[in-house]
Design a protein around this ligand. Structure first.
Ligand code: G3H
Ligand code: 13P
Ligand code: ZN
Length: 320
């Protein structure tokens, strides 16, 4: 199988009541960890590359790594997607350079300007057989270079006009998630009977109203890491300092995946798994200096956390 667009993938996910995982890739071990899990679990997958990833690893290296994964995993559909494309030029470079899907993140613009830039990307992308994700509403946190101190929820009354005027293939909405490992402040949370901080619920009312207005249309959730506390503890036990890192409860992601959410973006959880594992390795083996020795368990733990997402959160295991 060669790289595919997400068109068919999203239709099956929508009808089947599950979501496809979109995982960020920055180097070989991350690509391998994700795709080995998807291969074993027979799951479709979206490998996504941010502007920062292209700056770090170089466009060509990332495309070739993903092409290698396609050869190694011939039985699963793989999408190569631009995450948070900041402008038309970056989207064009990815469309011309082998990506099968791009996101144009016009969420920092006015509604009118967001429509304008998104429409321009859609026209170019569709002429080249590439699909486009747009965004309405802003997530708090970092969206590549765009930093939003506070987010603003998607306004459901805008979604039909946006989709109709731009022709986008999927839409990212803001319902209370945010990027990174610090999604909620402790004071926003309640404490459950086990003493665990429970974040405020996502705005399912907005998701439901958007879905009602856009029947059959694939919705995307960014900022969907759950920030596993065992990895936060591992980081902190081995010299790290990540106080009060809090993510989205898995139960809410499971619920969203059953509704119109067809793509769920996860990056921070993979970073945590990798960093926790490497910190522990360094702590326990101060004499070791061969990168393969610490990247190997890091890759293995990325694979296991992705396997868990596919099976227990997204519901896309066995759906390739
Ligand atoms: O949404 C942001 C992703 O986690 C990518 O992060 O821009 O640091 O590569 P990055
Ligand atoms: P997290 O930071 O929650 O992993 O979100 C990643 C993301 O939305 C990438 O676009
Ligand atoms: Zn994002």
């Amino acid at each position: 199988m060669s790289l595919v667009t997400s068109k068919e993938m999203f239709k099956k996910a929508y009808d089947g009541g599950y979501a496809v995982g979109a995982f960020n890739v920055n180097n070989m071990e991350i690509v391998q960890g994700i795709t080995e899990a998807c291969k074993e679990e027979k799951a479709p997958v979206i490998l996504q590359v941010s502007k920062g990833a292209r700056a770090y690893a170089n466009h060509t290296y990332l495309v070739k790594l993903v092409e290698a994964a396609v050869i190694e995993c011939p039985d699963i559909p793989i999408v190569l997607h631009l995450d948070h494309g900041p402008d038309f030029e970056t989207c064009k470079a990815c469309i011309d350079g082998g990506f099968t899907s791009v996101m144009i993140d016009g969420s920092a613009h006015s509604f009118k300007d967001n429509i304008e830039v998104t429409k321009k990307v859609v026209e170019y992308a569709h002429d080249h057989g590439v699909v486009v994700e747009g965004e309405l509403g802003t997530l708090a946190g970092i969206e590549d270079e765009v930093s939003h101190a506070v987010g603003s929820y998607t306004r459901p009354e805008e979604v039909e006009e946006f989709v109709e005027k731009t022709g986008v293939d999927s839409l990212a909405i803001a319902i209370g998630t945010s990027h990174g490992a610090y999604k909620f402040k402790p004071e926003q949370c309640t404490v459950n009977e086990k003493g665990i901080l429970v974040p405020p619920p996502l705005r399912f009312d907005i998701l439901e109203e958007v879905s009602r207005r856009l029947p059959g249309f694939p919705i995307v959730l960014h900022g969907s890491s759950s920030v596993p506390q065992e990895y936060v503890a591992m980081v902190n036990a081995h010299g790290g300092k990540m106080p009060n890192a809090i993510g989205v409860p898995e139960e809410q992601l499971r619920q969203a995946a059953k509704l119109s959410v067809c793509k769920i973006n996860i990056d921070s959880d993979l970073r945590l798994a990798m960093t926790g594992t490497i910190r522990q390795f360094f702590d326990e083996h101060p004499d070791k200096f061969d990168p393969r020795e610490y990247l190997k368990p890091a890759r293995a733990n990325i694979k296991e956390i992705v396997r868990h997402k596919l099976r227990d959160v997204l519901g896309c295991a066995g759906k390739a």
